[in-house]
Ligand binder design. Sequence first.
Ligand code: UD1
Length: 417
Amino acid sequence: MSFFEITGRRRLSGSIGAHGAKNSVLPILAACVLAPGESVIENCPGLSDVAATVEILRGLGCRVGREGDVVTVDAACVEGGVIPEHLMREMRSSVIFLGAVLGRVGRAQMCYPGGCELGPRPIDLHLDALRKLGAEIREEEGVLHCRVPDRLRGCRLALPFPSVGATENAMLAACTARGVTTITGAACEPEIEDLQIFLNKLGARVHGAGTPVVTVEGVETLHPTRHRVMGDRIVAATYLAAVGAAGGEAEVTGVDPCHLATVLEVLEQAGCSLKSGGHSVRICSTGRLRGVRPIRTAPYPGFPTDAQAVTMAALAGGEGTTVFEENIFQSRYRHVSELARMGADIRLTGRTAIVTGAPLHGAHVCSTDLRGGAALVVAALAAEGTSRVGELHHIDRGYDHLEHALTQLGAQIERIN
Ligand code: UD1
């Protein structure tokens, strides 16, 4: 069992780059399946979710290599469409392979993803979209059997909720479908734009990503390409929250500040001074944040649910009250009871959390999920004394050696195995 040992209340300073975005690299690696030949993906972070994605690619028959942060995927030979159950369980977002595999080989099989640490994780929107595109999908004892009798065909898809994964799955499946697909009610997250850029480099014709209407003109075949994954805005938000909470002055690079607008607004209200550059944000904080107007998570461009926990951790050690409303996932407050062990004063009622700033102290805590784990690290950096944060496998899903990045900023944090 490994854990982080963190001694808090050290001012952070220096410059740190956000690594490649998890939520961009996963669909992009899945998209490689669509193009026979070798695609090269740069800026791939060293995450356990990327390792699981690589395992799925290999299981499908792709040859995958990695050198530093460059991953090559040779999808000359994609044989089957079976995604093993243990990988589906390890990473529920592997459902994103469905659209790509159906587009390439016309059949796929995977187990139905159950609930997870964030609550129920239905995939009805994914399946509805793929069915409308012509896939036949039946569920037998928790296993989804999917096949395309002829070829996928373009259609009009209206998503009742802007699901990120369902938008991406529909885009992937539509690339080689016959005719035009229009997705209305699409999610607008920047990672979907990155996927569009990649798909168009493969020879697809996708327009409108980043807006609620995405159009895909199906093409006969795609060809491999090279692409650099965008920087991770949630990792950047985590570094900013850490500096905000611990105090100090630092620059976070490798991210478009426009993608962080709502997070930056909150940090500014909380008393940080911020300066955005082309691809960087400079933050200066006294380390004593104050309460801000209610934070309501919402689909992009709203406040990201993925930044809720780290922001809460930063404000919990400050002064004044902030109300959080979590509107995307049902059970995304599991970090709250762990933060309470560090002295946080947080009252939970349904989807609302009322945070009243209080001095935090070191404690032994356990990560409950990916972003919840990062939140505990942020709180520990702000807390008086030494903390231990366990269950690091959650954090390693989405942060490439978080301890190295924070050490670079002068934090006292060590991974102990
Ligand atoms: C993606 C991100 C995740 C982020 C989330 C919301 C990736 C790999 N993950 O997850 O980090 O927290 O967007 O910004 O990109 N829903 C349904 N039926 C469906 C699909 C979704 O009811 O078929 C619901 C979900 O249960 C959830 C909400 O819609 O309550 C949002 O989910 P979605 O946008 O699909 O998130 P993911 O793509 O899973």
